[in-house]
Design a protein around this ligand. Structure first.
Ligand code: TRP
Length: 362
């Protein structure tokens, strides 16, 4: 077979060898992708705020980064000791994430409790975390207020476990919102302390900045953002059925309409437009903008349109999530594949950690 003259020594290479060599180069390029890690707490249902505020960006990131998306079931035990309920939530949250676009063949989607190396790193990092700083953490103080009868040590060391989640993959970027900035700062501190004491192992993880891509999803009652815990009737969940979506949207606060042309919009009306921007066609949005500016707007019609567009957006995700959730065989495959990949990365790190700490006795 005629070969092609190439390679360092100018030998003749067969096409198969060239193919193999390019595959190896490609594989190495693949490896170079920057590492992204984030955790999803399996409590509560996913809502539109989770989707546009986080999930949609995860879906984009899985194309360009080596992504580790973890369901934080151990973390949930700090607030939700009922493991029967937790189990169902874990399956549902996996299904919802996949239905919303996380592709388990691209991103590594796994459960925290399937990666015991995280627990080992957590134990070691605990010796570098001080009681004082843990007690000062805002989320800890809030939990003490919310569940004074169950201020367990897991709650106190929650940020240490989160640091272990991130550092076990040597992640560079952590796509999280403002409420997690303090935890991320602590992860950086623990990484620094480790590196300083035992040798440079961990990169310092940073928040991933989405910039413009971060969309605000206001709640339907005109007060704040859609959230898991506050007013559930003002939040649209990815699991809401069509009728419930209609009911929630139709109940959104409005008024008699503007009194003069081109008036500024009150917050709760502005919010309806913001929601429309997420799911409606530009032509529909423009129509209602014009109606508003000409004082001919009929909020009933606007909400009907918004409800139907929300249904068009949410119902395919809901139906997909339901069918995935019922397919335990598929979910098991996803969990196994995710665990294997996550453990491979975690094992490599924990080996380095043991070496750095001289804990490798034989
Ligand atoms: N604490 C995060 C939250 O409440 C969830 C989480 C657990 C996490 N481990 C993580 C987030 C690691 C980012 C990285 O949402």
């Amino acid at each position: 077979m005629p070969g092609i003259r190439c390679g360092m020594n100018g030998n003749y290479q067969t096409p198969a060898a060239i193919l193999q060599a390019s595959f190896l180069i490609f594989a190495r390029m693949e490896k170079k992708k920057e590492i992204v890690m984030s955790g999803i707490r399996p409590t509560g249902f996913l809502h539109l705020g989770n989707y546009f505020g986080a999930l949609m960006n995860y879906v984009k990131m899985q194309e360009e980064y080596e992504c580790y998306f973890m369901v934080a079931d151990w973390h949930s035990l700090t607030t939700h000791p009922d493991t029967k309920e937790l189990r169902n939530s874990v399956f549902r949250v996996l299904a919802e994430n996949i239905a919303a676009g996380i592709n388990p063949d691209k991103a590594c989607l796994y459960l925290q409790s399937n990666v015991p190396e995280i627990a080992e790193l957590y134990l070691l990092l605990n010796m570098l975390a001080y009681k004082g700083e843990l007690e000062k953490t805002s989320t800890f103080k809030e939990k003490v207020r919310l569940q004074p009868e169950n201020v367990n040590a897991g709650l106190l060391t929650y940020p240490v476990l989160q640091a272990a989640d991130i550092l076990i993959h040597k992640a560079k970027y952590v796509p999280v919102g403002k409420d997690q900035q303090q935890h991320l700062e602590m992860a950086r501190n623990f990484a620094q302390r480790f590196n300083h004491r035992y040798g440079e192992i961990f990169p310092e993880p940073e928040a991933f900045n989405f910039g413009e891509a971060l969309l605000k999803v206001p709640s339907l009652d005109g007060a704040g953002k859609m959230s898991k815990s506050e007013n559930q009737f003002a939040t649209l969940y990815l699991s809401d059925d069509d009728e419930l979506i209609r009911k929630k949207v139709m109940k959104a606060k409005t008024d008699n309409g503007p009194a003069s042309p081109d008036s500024p919009k009150p917050d709760y009306i502005e919010n309806l437009f913001l929601l429309m921007n997420l799911v409606s066609e530009p032509s529909a949005i423009n129509k209602f903008e014009d109606d508003y500016n000409r004082c001919t707007i009929r909020y009933g019609d606007m909400k009907k349109q918004l409800a139907e567009d929300m249904i068009r957006f949410i119902s395919p995700i809901r139906e997909k999530a339901e069918s995935i959730c019922n397919d335990k065989k598929y979910l098991t495959e996803v969990m196994e594949k995710g665990a294997a990949k996550a453990r491979k990365s975690a094992k490599a790190t924990i080996e380095l950690v043991r070496q750095a700490m001289s804990l490798n006795y034989f």
